[in-house]
Design a protein around this ligand. Structure first.
Ligand code: FO1
Length: 307
């Protein structure tokens, strides 16, 4: 059994690749919830939904979030009314948020709802929010403090950031399902998700980092940066803005003694010695999952580490 720490699209692609190529293993996804928001009274969990939709093969590949064959009639009406249409909720996607919000109002936990949605979509692995408690990312920027989705969507992650906080994380508890997964799985993989925005809020939940540090040798991570650049999203410039080197080495140094093995892209082969200097072993291979040959090379590399 392998547990994967997940943000959104990068993690979702990794999970579906592993589910396809590493059929001798069982996977559990532990997912960030600090991007979650309440809008129009609806609880929206973007990373949980991206992982669920991708594993169910109903994700929108072009956008990287939301559902395939989506229509936008509700959002267009909302825009005409002068409502909060900047965060676009598709007509099909809305059903998920309505369902989740109703179930939470009935007293279900986020974990239970994630399990119900995964079952309804016939996803073959557990998708676990890291915590059932409220955790929310806020960013100090040149425009003042912004909530995560204001920064990410409204301002297209284009405003310089000086500080990130995960409100509520310090008093949150990991769920028992997450603690069981992290302590009983043979290996843990940190997906190539944004270290500062997607993985950090998972690590900020008390208990998680200590648990990982105690088992460094069984933890691998895939660098989200290739040649110092993120394939998608703001990971590269955020690293620089917050004083870290924007490179695979910079990400490895940021995770420090949490990670025992690194998978980095071929273009970063010159960084192997520096990463080894942090006490980790390194595999160099193609890491771009959108390209089939490169994806299968990555899967083979991960499989040889698992075996
Ligand atoms: N991302 C956008 O860039 N624009 C949107 O309007 C938007 C809406 C949206 C609705 C539901 C959902 O689950 C995700 C959505 N996303 C949107 C993606 C999301 O903001 C980010 O990709 C994640 O939070 C980062 O992992």
């Amino acid at each position: 059994v392998i547990t994967v720490l997940c943000g959104g699209v990068g993690a979702a692609r990794l999970l579906s690749l592993l589910q396809r190529e590493a059929t001798d293993f069982e996977f559990t996804a532990v997912v960030n919830v600090a991007d979650d928001l309440v809008l129009h009274g609806l609880t929206i969990c973007p990373d949980l939904d991206t992982v669920t939709y991708t594993l169910a093969k109903i994700n929108n590949e072009v956008m990287g979030w939301g559902l395939v064959d989506e229509t936008w009639r509700v959002n267009k009406e909302l825009d005409k009314l002068g409502g909060q249409a900047w965060f676009q909720l598709g007509d099909r996607d809305l059903a998920t948020h309505l369902y989740r919000t109703q179930r939470l109002a009935e007293g279900a936990t986020k974990t239970e709802v994630a399990g119900e949605l995964a079952a309804q979509h016939q996803v073959g692995l557990p998708i676990l929010p890291v915590s059932d408690d409220h955790i929310a990312t806020y960013l100090e920027t040149d425009l003042g403090e912004l909530s995560f989705q204001e920064y990410f969507v409204k301002h297209r992650h284009g405003v310089p950031v000086s500080k990130i906080t995960f409100r509520g994380a310090e008093v949150a508890t990991p769920t028992k399902e997450v603690l069981t997964a992290l302590s009983t799985s043979e290996h843990i993989i940190i997906a190539p998700s944004n270290p500062l925005l997607s993985i950090a809020p998972i690590l900020a939940v008390p208990g998680i980092t200590d648990l990982l540090k105690a088992r460094r040798q069984s933890i691998a991570a895939i660098s989200p940066l290739i040649g110092g650049r993120a394939l998608k999203g703001p990971a590269d410039h955020l690293m620089s803005e917050l004083g870290f080197e924007s490179s695979s080495y910079g990400v490895a140094a940021y995770y420090g003694d949490l990670v025992g093995h690194w998978f980095i892209d071929e273009v970063d082969s010159d960084q192997v010695v520096r990463i080894e200097g942090l006490g980790a072993t390194v595999t160099v291979l193609p890491t771009i999952m959108a390209e089939p040959t490169s994806a299968s090379a990555l899967a083979q590399g991960i499989l040889s580490w698992l075996n």
